[in-house]
Write a protein that binds this ligand. Structure first.
Ligand code: NDP
Length: 324
């Protein structure tokens, strides 16, 4: 099969597209013909070797994929069935989706919901799935469109773009925080009603004027600290990312004086029930215009080079990889 293969040579990660043998049968009870994969921030960290994502080489990267079951030992999955996979360490410590075939455990797979093709599922990908989990976290915290404005950081990236589109579709008023002026038209098209420059989030006081009912944060660091200080009484921040760093230079003040909730969001080990619910809602909520506006389609051969662009903040929306 054709695959992106990562190898470690003299401490550096090298990525190459080549022909390799099919994944070993011990890797799982379902073999999937991968049709589409995508590039996420974590894939870029892995492929470029910027982050210590992969510890065992050689490795096939790709933290998500969608395609058809080729063969299955599990009666819940049959040949020809369309499936999607995100997380579970696939593309990190288990051969991933940037390959023509993937062998995985059946409990990691989600049947594609009605209304979602394999291509659309990978335009959404791990990033969009995580955005849905963030929106569900805000809903769980009681944040409704009537609660007030919701802000999304790292707005032009994969999680940010999808979060804006989802919140807009649900009737929320959405503000976007972005470090790039070049993406403002795109962010408005997705449904952002105002855009704030990232530079305004560089410094914060422990408490500031209350502005936000909810927030989806993909950035961490000073940006998340400022958001916390600006949350309304009983507001909620769904925090899923670290594009700006993994520190959190904050104080307890927003929590103890404003009843603010900081809700972490993890997509890798999300329970199956939550996954099925999230994919169903993604299929229902995202408009055609999102898929058109947010997608850059590339080939498997282009994946290593495009991964570099993530590290220099040159990516807009979602990067879809055509595998076969
Ligand atoms: P992208 O690279 O597509 O988007 C990240 C965005 O963050 C960029 O587009 C940019 O938006 C902004 N950004 C980039 N660099 C910086 C910086 N130095 N400081 C502040 N903002 C910056 O990544 P994804 O959307 O795929 O992922 C976003 C984050 O979410 C990542 O940290 C990723 O690891 C995390 N994530 C977590 C998951 C989980 O399960 N918890 C799952 C999926 C993603 P702009 O130019 O508009 O400012």
């Amino acid at each position: 099969m054709k695959a992106v293969v990562l190898e470690q040579v003299e401490g550096k990660t090298l990525a190459e597209v080549k022909q390799i043998s099919e994944p070993a049968i011990e890797l799982g009870n379902v073999l999937v013909d991968v049709e589409w994969s995508s590039l996420n921030y974590k894939d870029a960290l892995a492929i470029t070797g910027t982050g210590k994502i992969i510890r065992n080489f050689p490795m096939v990267p790709g933290i998500d994929f969608a395609g058809r079951v080729a063969s299955s030992d599990d009666a819940n999955f049959s040949a020809g069935q369309e499936v999607v996979l995100t997380g579970w360490g696939v593309g990190e410590n288990h051969w991933g989706g940037l390959a023509e075939l993937a062998r995985v455990k059946s409990e990691w797979l989600v049947p594609l919901p009605a209304g979602l093709s394999a291509r659309k599922a990978m335009i959404v990908g791990t990033a969009g799935f995580t955005a849905m989990l963030c929106v569900m976290a805000l809903e769980d915290a009681g944040i409704t469109p009537e609660s007030g404005e919701v802000v999304v950081t790292g707005a032009s990236g994969g999680v940010g773009s999808t979060a804006i589109a989802l919140l807009h579709a649900l009737g929320y008023q959405v503000a976007a925080v972005s470090g790039r002026e070049s993406t403002h038209d795109y962010l408005r098209q997705l449904g952002a009603s105002r855009i704030l420059p990232r530079s305004e989030f560089a410094e914060t006081r422990p408490l500031e004027k209350q502005v936000w009912a909810g927030a989806v944060d993909t950035v961490g660091g000073n940006v998340l600290a400022k958001l916390l200080a600006q949350m309304n009484y009983s507001g909620c921040v769904a925090a899923c990312g670290l594009a700006g760093g993994f520190s959190l230079p904050t104080t307890v003040m927003p929590f103890i004086l404003r009843n603010v909730r900081l809700q972490g969001v993890d997509s890798v080990s999300a329970p199956q029930v939550r996954r099925i619910a999230a994919w169903k809602r993604l299929a229902e909520l995202l408009p055609e215009s999102f898929y058109e506006a947010a997608t850059t389609e590339i080939s498997l051969e282009q994946a290593p080079q495009v991964a570099e662009s993530f590290m220099s903040n040159e990516i807009q929306g979602r990067t879809l990889v055509k595998v076969s």
